[in-house]
Design a protein. Structure first.
Length: 294
């Protein structure tokens, strides 16, 4: 009887284990789907609100649309002093300048830290890492005074020129980690073939840095496109507004706010970010995984 009891107990435990092994993937997928819905709810609510009349956005709970208002997109496109196309082009100009600046300057600085030997290399590398910890509010006042004296206020120059000076230390560090993973034997082989430092960088290192460069491009695009604080500080003319600053203009504390138009243009402003992430997701994951930042 004792042996039969033990066997029955073991069999029961095995059956429970098998049943749980079959149910576990379903439970995990349901939990992940529920979490995804919770995270996506604000985005879905914004899309639904862009199709509602302004007086029903905060009155009607849930995600049902009783009165479909497609004209929110048409009204929002021409609601401000300039068509929304102008703000999209302004943001595109700033983003392209920032991306180009980071790709050029950060890759060169990273190559210097990873491959070249110069006086104070470790000291300057430590200073570069410390600059990552500085919040923008610490440096915004001296930067504003400097750019104001240079006559750059209400232009795109304060938002673009610093990118050509490798001011984004995060991307420098990311590329340094990537270059350190490239075998030095490739440098030596190129040097034997007659390449100098510039030739090694342009012909050997740079082509192998595509994942890191793609990661830098995507992050710079998203961060610059969504940047509100810096663009609000330096851009004062409505014709120079970028998308985040223009969206703020829909909300007026002294008059009626155009919530429907604002949500409609917010949806439009998310399309470039979604496309950039969708097209560069493969490079983004590969770039982060191969730089040691996990």
């Amino acid at each position: 009887m004792t042996t039969e009891t033990i066997r029955s107990t073991v069999a029961a435990r095995r059956s429970v284990g098998v049943s749980w092994a079959r149910v576990r993937p379903l439970v995990i997928h349901v939990a992940l789907a529920a979490s995804a819905l919770v995270m996506l709810y604000p985005l879905i609510w914004m899309v639904v609100s862009s199709l509602r009349p302004g007086n029903e956005i905060f009155r009607e709970p849930g995600l049902l649309v009783k009165d479909l208002r497609i004209e929110n997109y048409r009204l929002g496109w021409n609601a401000l002093t300039e068509p929304f196309t102008r703000y999209l082009l302004n943001s595109a100009a700033v983003v392209l300048g920032a991306v180009l600046g980071n790709l050029v300057s950060c890759s060169m600085a990273a190559y210097a830290f990873a491959r070249l030997e110069f006086v104070g290399k470790k000291f300057w590398f430590a200073i570069m890492l410390l600059s990552i910890m500085l919040p923008i509010h610490v440096v915004i006042v001296p930067q504003y005074i400097l750019f104001s004296q240079a006559g750059w206020i209400n232009t795109f120059l304060p938002l673009i020129i610093p990118k050509f000076l490798a001011t984004d230390a995060f991307f420098v560090f990311l590329m340094v980690q990537f270059i350190r993973g490239i075998p030095r034997e490739l440098d030596e082989a190129a040097r034997i073939d007659g390449c100098g430092r510039a030739g090694i960088f342009l012909r050997v290192i740079l082509p192998l840095m595509v994942p890191a460069l793609a990661t830098t491009t995507i992050f710079t695009f998203i961060w610059t496109w969504n940047d509100f604080f810096s663009q609000l500080i330096y851009l004062t003319d409505p014709k120079m507004y970028t998308v985040p600053v223009a969206l703020r203009s829909f909300v007026d504390a002294t008059a009626e706010s155009s919530w429907g138009s604002m949500f409609a243009m917010s949806v439009v402003s998310l399309v470039p970010i979604f496309l950039a992430f969708l097209l560069g997701q493969r490079f983004l994951i590969k770039g982060i995984a191969t730089t040691g930042i996990k």
